[in-house]
Design a protein around this ligand. Structure first.
Ligand code: NI
Length: 171
């Protein structure tokens, strides 16, 4: 946080760029970073590349936010989100670009994602609950937005230690 690249609206990848060697290399770099730091997703601006590309990998299983469906590592090129329905819910979010902090963010809980695969094909994915929050957080990075921008009550911004101590039980 503080690096201007995280605040830029990233540019779309062309069809030729999507399947290029440079993009393959960028994705490999992002996968390494995600696995090194741990986490569910990473967007290209977080490794200094202002392009509309993100990766998400969900281990699945029981979490404090309920049962989470596993999703193998997937690459999303030029993703777009459409909100379906009016339900929203708040989760404590963290971010590799905002280390050491957690914040409570309310987001829509039913969304449709349209994106291009690394093979260049059009695809879509419907998501509900915590998964919907995860995708919105990642794709916000492509518009220069961080989770702190989405907070409506800054008294729910917390260091990780205080989050564990004071807020975990009240999730
Ligand atoms: Ni993030």
């Amino acid at each position: 946080m503080g690096d201007p690249v995280l605040r830029q609206v990233a540019r779309r990848l062309s069809a030729a760029e999507t399947t290029s060697t440079e993009t393959v290399r960028l994705i490999a770099d992002m996968v390494d970073t995600l696995h090194d730091y741990g986490g569910i997703g990473l967007a290209a601006p977080q490794v200094g590349e202002s392009v509309r590309l993100a990766i998400i990998e969900i281990e699945g299983g029981p979490t404090r936010y309920g049962q989470l469906e596993a999703m193998p590592l997937t690459v999303f090129v030029n993703p777009e989100i459409e909100v379906l329905g009016t339900e929203s819910a708040g989760y404590w979010e963290g971010c590799l670009s905002v280390p050491g902090l957690r914040g409570l963010v309310e987001r829509p809980q039913h969304v449709l994602v349209r994106y291009t695969t690394i093979a260049g094909a059009a695809a879509e994915l419907e998501l509900q609950g915590f998964a919907a929050t995860v995708f919105q957080h990642e794709f916000d990075h492509l518009d220069g937005k961080l989770f702190v921008d989405r907070m409506t009550d800054m008294s729910f911004l917390s260091f990780e230690r205080e989050y564990e101590r004071f807020h975990v039980e009240t999730d």
